[in-house]
Design a protein around this ligand. Sequence first.
Ligand code: HEC
Ligand code: HEC
Length: 302
Amino acid sequence: MRLLNRPLGRLSRHRRGPVAGLLVVVLGLLLTGGLYAALSPASAQTDNSAKLIKQGHQLFLVGCSFCHGTNGQGVKTLDGNQLGPSLVGVGAAAVDFQVGTGRMPAVQPGPQIPQKEVTYTPDEISALAAYVASLGPGPAIPNPSDYSLNGLSDQQLQEMIAKGGQIFLTNCTACHNFEGSGGAMPKGGFAPKIRGVDPKYIFEAMLTGPQAMDTFSNGNLSVDEKRDIVAYLQSLQDNPDYGGFGMGGIGPVSEGLFAWIVGIGSLVGVAIWIAAHTARSTTRKDSEVEDTQHEWEKAEHR
Ligand code: HEC
Ligand code: HEC
């Protein structure tokens, strides 16, 4: 009994000791912390995006603040022009489009900022986008399911191309031409050729309306309608021509000129041909007249 009692006594003395209490508290805290971290992914994400925004702001200060201001508020030059517009409320989609297509960072002001080699990695672009999105609510970067054409049946695709062609005709051809070949704009600008543009950037261009382009929000042109346009532009790229003589696809001017020169030209040709034939029959009459004259002369000689 003594032998058994002694270890038991020691154990309970340990249990009541101050170190044991501390251990229980520490274990409890660890457990609560672990459970909290495991069950609240939302707060973990906020930490993540706060980090992304901060990283984006650092990149922004180095590469963009010169024209857009240290807080994206825009910079006015002394003569009242914009060195760079305010980016408050342009949204992540505008940054993804402008930086992803190599338009931003601009090198120098001009009537239209040209596309250059893309200077930021995809990770840096999403950091910049997160920072600008944090300045004010604006269009987010679209989900791939909004513009992707993967997994569609041939028939679905044909229907989308037909619908997209109609929507494109009413909304986009004024600037980008019927075949998406682009065209000139006022003040030294131009609407670019848009065949072969990444579907994501087609979607974002509509969503954000860069430079002189109109903005087509999702309320204005639904996500499905935008995807129809993507399908139409993709089909132009797959069959770049409808066959025949495309005449550069630059629209009514060349087509009118074609009708003028070839149409009216061939009418003139036919007229000349008819005239030539009429002339020949007159000649025959002349010879007939000569023949009768000869006969008359012959008759006189007789
Ligand atoms: C040399 C000056 C300059 C620099 C540097 C510059 N920008 Fe710009 N940015 C402009 C100008 C000018 C415009 C307006 C362009 C236009 O309308 O064609 C513009 C437009 C934009 C737009 C489109 C705004 C809208 O209304 O849709 C975004 C987004 C943008 N810039 C982001 C950036 C980011 C991000 C950087 C840094 C990586 C950057 N810019 C660097 C001058 C600059
Ligand atoms: C008022 C004229 C105008 C209309 C209408 C217009 N665009 Fe644009 N679009 C432009 C201009 C100008 C640019 C070039 C902007 C820039 O470089 O900053 C552009 C750029 C684009 C780009 C980017 C091309 C690239 O190489 O990155 C796409 C894609 C595009 N437009 C698609 C469309 C679609 C689709 C429609 C119809 C829903 C449309 N646009 C309607 C003028 C227009």
